[in-house]
Design a protein around this ligand. Structure first.
Ligand code: B12
Ligand code: SF4
Length: 602
């Protein structure tokens, strides 16, 4: 098993009496880091539901290699009554081959669900040997399918919301199942259902459905009526999971509806603030910029109650395209939200950009870059950008009517891409133009971020907050990954400041400094280059005094002791010790600004 430690599924007699059902979210090795980070909420919800209705569920998230190993070891121990697979645009072919293997080798019935289930065709069923695919919300559908498979209750054709191949070989669809109305009636997810161990985060859905109809979005095409859970119910789920897994440090509100109502959001802020008095955690949410722009002052309240990172869809910098996407917001609102987040002291805001979407041209790409650049300059150090390529998700308006959006879909099933290559073109840009645009955008983004850092536009407090979020809460940002951590001196300094009791010089008051020990954050051998016996650090030529001072910043001597040792070497250049002391303090302050040193107490 590669790097993951599987928990044994529960071994109690009581559980063995219940039919065991394995639910999988599998991906190829390539995606390992991205998706193992969070538990697949859909499967956790299904597990909770069937767990309350007479079955013993286990949820696995990981690579197909690990999944097969788990399947083999579990089936050697006990009978697996059924297997369910979460299927999205990326893993269709993998689910297909995995399911075929399970059906052939273990004769375990396979059910498929998830966002891509509605698009599975007859070939998929023939090749995968899956018994049925469930579209939409799967709780009741899965239960009825399990009752049918295990207890021989009912018939496939009477189970709403599924597709299957009948005895005559025809692909049959049983029609849509009504989405669940009262979400508060659903069982809460349980950490014990996860077979891949306890994570340091938990994803939560405070509602289902989306009121918007963005033309590129799967939800835009298939979104059902919005249903919100009560704040009380959501908080009870969070509290229960905290009790079960004290390792949780990050609460991830995954739904698109979290910021739908101001009053509800305020209620969440109050509840989350209360909970933070008992537990150390921070939280994330998705937000619609059009909503937040109406009451931007809410962001400060969210930040005060622990919001560490928020995600919004920016999509494009072209006013015409954002309208075509039916995003129901505009560039001015997005800019307003970015500035409001900056002013409220939010640590991280992530904006998504689509490259190669409707009517994309070289000109719209230029507009998008100018917009990103303006936003980055407005909120240096806070705004992360992530670039995605347009992907033809089933049911999205652009997928259904590409002509109306100036798009030509070349590879509808996405078999040539792992999200890393375009599968469609626009009237003006071919696949290669779009691919190279994405590459250039990613490069330009990091380049611009580095410039902003070098220009001193990013505050030390903000940089430190990214280090703290990474070290204490396992939250990553583009700024941290691609910019701060690539600057050796800054990275070492911030890591020391977060991970130990070290301080910046500015944090030490007056005479306090004499008792603290300056410590250089790099190895002198590696960092100092000697040119004709003159020392340089990163092309900065050191004066003899600077060299002696950095040499003595080994963390072993107090500042006062360093002064006493170095002064005798330079007496002839100073009228008195106090002059020397003030010059040495100036030099150390410069080292501190360059991130060459920190101060340690012991
Ligand atoms: C959280 C999230 C993530 C998380 C976790 C993913 C996860 N699967 O839980 C992370 C960050 C890892 C992620 C990554 C990606 N995501 Co995402 N993600 C979401 C998000 C915001 C919430 C998912 C969720 O928890 N939904 C709530 C639960 C209750 O619904 P559900 O997962 O659909 O499950 C229900 C039903 O589908 C069904 N069901 C699900 N599985 C099964 C299995 C069986 C057997 C049965 C019977 C039923 C069934 O029953 C469940 C309960 O009702 C959704 C948007 C959304 N609102 O759904 C996008 C979404 C799922 N993601 C999407 C995409 C495209 C991606 C990425 C490809 C993005 C990218 N470009 O990198 C990656 C792919 C990850 C991968 N495959 O490696 C798309 C999927 C579109 C599609 N047709 O495939 C969505 C719908 C966003 C969108 N609006 O377009 N994502
Ligand atoms: S992009 Fe977000 S707001 Fe738009 S339809 Fe999809 S989920 Fe809703």
């Amino acid at each position: 098993m590669n790097n993951i430690h599987l928990k044994n599924s529960s071994d109690t007699d009581e559980n063995h009496a219940k039919p065991f059902v394995l639910l999988f979210f599998i991906q190829r090795q390539l995606f390992k880091d991205a998706f193992e980070y969070v538990e697949p909420l859909g499967l956790m919800a299904l597990a909770a539901f069937i767990g309350d209705n007479g079955f013993e569920p286990g949820v696995f998230t990981g690579t197909s290699v690990d999944a097969m190993e788990l399947f083999e070891s579990e089936s050697a121990r006990r009978r697996i009554s059924a297997a369910g697979f979460y299927c999205d645009f990326e893993n269709v072919s993998l689910v297909e081959s995995f399911s075929a293997r399970i059906a052939a080798k273990f004769s375990v019935p396979v059910i498929v669900g998830g966002p891509q289930a509605q698009a599975l065709d007859k070939d998929f069923f023939l090749r995968s040997k899956a018994l049925a695919a469930a579209s939409g919300e799967g709780e009741q559908t899965l239960l009825e399918l399990l009752e049918f498979i295990i207890h021989k209750k009912g018939a496939l054709k009477t189970i709403k919301g599924i597709t299957f191949i009948d005895e005559s070989g025809a692909l049959v669809s049983t029609g849509e199942r009504e989405p669940i109305q009262d979400l508060d009636s659903l069982a809460h997810q349980k950490q014990s259902h996860s077979l891949t161990g306890q994570k340091s985060n938990i994803s939560i859905l405070s509602g289902r459905g989306c009121p918007f109809r963005c033309a590129f979005c799967f939800m835009g095409g298939s979104a059902k009526k919005v249903r919100l859970r009560s704040v009380k119910n959501v908080m009870a789920e969070i509290r229960k999971n905290f009790d079960e897994n004290p390792k949780i440090k990050y609460v991830w509100f995954a739904d698109d509806t979290f910021t739908l109502s101001r009053e509800r959001l305020e209620e969440f802020c109050d509840e989350l603030s209360d909970l933070r008095r008992e537990r150390d955690f921070v939280w994330f949410c998705e937000a619609h910029p059009g909503l937040i722009a109406k009451w931007p002052e809410i962001i400060r309240r969210m930040v005060d109650s622990g919001l560490a990172r928020m995600q919004i869809g920016i999509e494009t910098g072209s006013a015409r395209l954002i309208e075509l996407y039916r995003k129901q917001t505009d560039l001015a609102e997005i800019e307003k939200v970015v500035c409001a987040c900056r002013d409220a002291g939010l640590a991280q805001l992530c904006g998504n950009i689509i490259i190669g979407g409707a009517y994309e041209t070289a000109e719209t790409l230029d507009e998008t870059w100018s917009f990103i650049d303006r936003l980055l300059c407005s909120a240096p150090g806070m705004l992360d950008i992530s670039f995605t390529l347009f992907t033809p998700y089933p049911g999205a308006a652009i997928t259904e009517h590409p002509d109306e959006f100036g798009i030509e879909i070349a590879d509808r099933a996405g078999v040539t891409s792992t999200g890393d290559f375009p599968v469609s073109r626009t009237k003006e840009l071919d696949i290669y133009d779009i691919s190279s645009a994405r590459f250039k955008f990613a490069k330009k983004l990091v380049g611009r971020m580095k410039e902003l850092l070098e220009e001193g536009r990013v505050s030390h407090e903000l940089i430190m907050s990214h280090y703290r979020l990474s070290q204490q809460y396992n939250i990553s940002s583009v700024w941290h990954r691609a910019v701060y951590s690539k600057n050796h001196f800054l990275d070492r300094t911030c890591s020391l400041l977060t991970g130990s009791s070290a301080e910046k010089m500015g944090a030490l008051e007056g005479s306090q400094i004499n008792d603290w020990r300056p410590l250089r954050v790099f190895s002198l051998c590696n960092a100092v280059a000697w040119r004709e016996m003159v020392p340089e650090i990163s092309r900065y030529v050191l004066s003899p005094l600077e060299y002696q001072l950095i040499l003595h910043c080994s963390g072993k001597l107090k500042f006062g002791e360093i002064l006493d040792r170095v002064y005798p070497m330079f007496t002839k250049f100073f009228d008195a010790f106090d002059d020397f002391k003030s010059k040495a303090s100036e030099v150390l302050s410069d080292f501190d600004k360059k991130n060459w040193i920190v101060f340690t107490k012991y």
